[in-house]
Ligand binder design. Structure first.
Ligand code: PLP
Length: 326
């Protein structure tokens, strides 16, 4: 027999049972309530939001360190571009998104966190018809930044080539909430004992990981990244590219470029690394079971990680204080 839950019993029903995965959730804003909650049990999205049953929405994730949000404008521009790509109507509240994000982080109570911003088609029906939805919605979650094992950085990680087909360009370059390929790629990696998998395009060139871009250094000292036709233009990889130019000036690298990278070339690289908002620059030491370089994190990866860490902490041009008004 199903138990009927009413307004009076709903909150008790929600609170029942251990939900350890919620321990890192700090705060959520929703246009549904035009307010925020800090109780993870209340961090809910309506089942009839087309985000839930059709993946009809877009998102972006940014990082806040010591009360400063890194590259907030770049992330919001990408979010808006993603929304435009699927003709999403922005909720009126989006006009205040910067202030909402800053206040939400403050309310969450921790100055180091990740900020997930989701724009959805909104509630309307249980069909795939987007015109059933009268208004787009915005959901923002502030969560603790995940801790990666120290050995990932000191020893490097192993990756595999994914067999999951990558997304077609429109879907790869739009950060939609339709991440099934990415999910299957992650599952494939973890089930085979590796933390990350990287996909290939139809010609067998490197594409990207389930939530990260990839870079490689050739034997001759050229740093290459796959272009952004078939992959998400990561905010991090674009900044890593700029920082790598300083390594070219210092003669640590010969050049840095976007280029097609056949899998065979990556297997023979002197360095490979993954890069993204959360992991920053993560060295790869084995690829499909083959040793990369010396089998230890390489000089370029280490230098780029140090440059990124400095940028996230100190580059005033790219930081937005959660305490500032504008
Ligand atoms: C598929 C995919 N590629 C690459 C990235 C890296 O992008 P960013 O550096 O903006 O985090 C992400 C993460 O957002 C992603 O989901």
């Amino acid at each position: 027999m199903l138990k009927l839950i009413t307004t009076d019993t709903f909150h008790a029903a929600l609170a029942s049972g251990e939900k350890p995965w919620q321990k890192n959730y700090l705060a959520m804003y929703s246009t549904q309530w035009a307010g925020y909650v800090t109780d993870p049990a209340l961090m809910l999205v309506p089942a009839d939001d087309h985000l839930v049953h059709r993946g009809d929405g877009v998102f972006d994730v940014m990082r806040c360190l010591r009360g400063k949000i890194y590259q907030m404008e770049a992330h919001l521009s990408r979010l808006e571009r993603s929304g435009k790509a699927i003709s999403l109507r922005l909720p009126a509240e989006y006009g205040d998104v910067r202030e909402i994000i800053k206040e939400l982080v403050r309310r969450g109570g921790e100055r180091d966190c990740l900020i997930h911003v989701v724009l959805s088609r909104g509630p309307g029906s249980f069909t795939s018809n987007p015109f059933d939805c009268p208004a787009g919605q915005m959901y923002i979650n502030v969560i603790r930044h995940p801790r990666y094992p120290e050995k990932y950085y000191s020893g490097g990680v192993s990756i595999i080539t994914s067999r999951v087909p990558i997304k077609r360009p429109l879907f790869a370059t739009t950060k939609s909430c339709n991440y099934l390929q990415n999910v299957l790629m992650k599952m494939e990696a973890l089930e085979s004992g590796h933390p990350y998998a990287v996909g290939l395009d139809e010609e067998g060139n490197l594409a990207e990981g389930s939530g990260e871009n990839i870079g490689m250094v050739t034997e001759e000292g050229i740093l290459k990244f796959p272009g952004f036709e078939n992959t998400l233009a990561g905010i991090t990889v674009q900044r890593v590219f700029e920082l790598a130019v300083t390594l070219v000036n210092e003669k640590v690298l010969k050049d840095v470029r976007l280029s097609k990278i056949p899998l065979k070339e990556a297997h023979g690289a002197s360095e490979v690394f993954l890069t993204g908002t959360s992991i920053q620059v993560l060295p790869v030491v084995t690829y499909d079971g083959l040793t990369i370089g010396t089998g230890k994190p390489g000089l370029v990866s280490k230098k780029l990680l140090a440059l990124m860490e400095k940028d996230v902490r100190e580059n005033g041009d790219l930081l937005t204080s959660i305490d500032s008004d504008s």
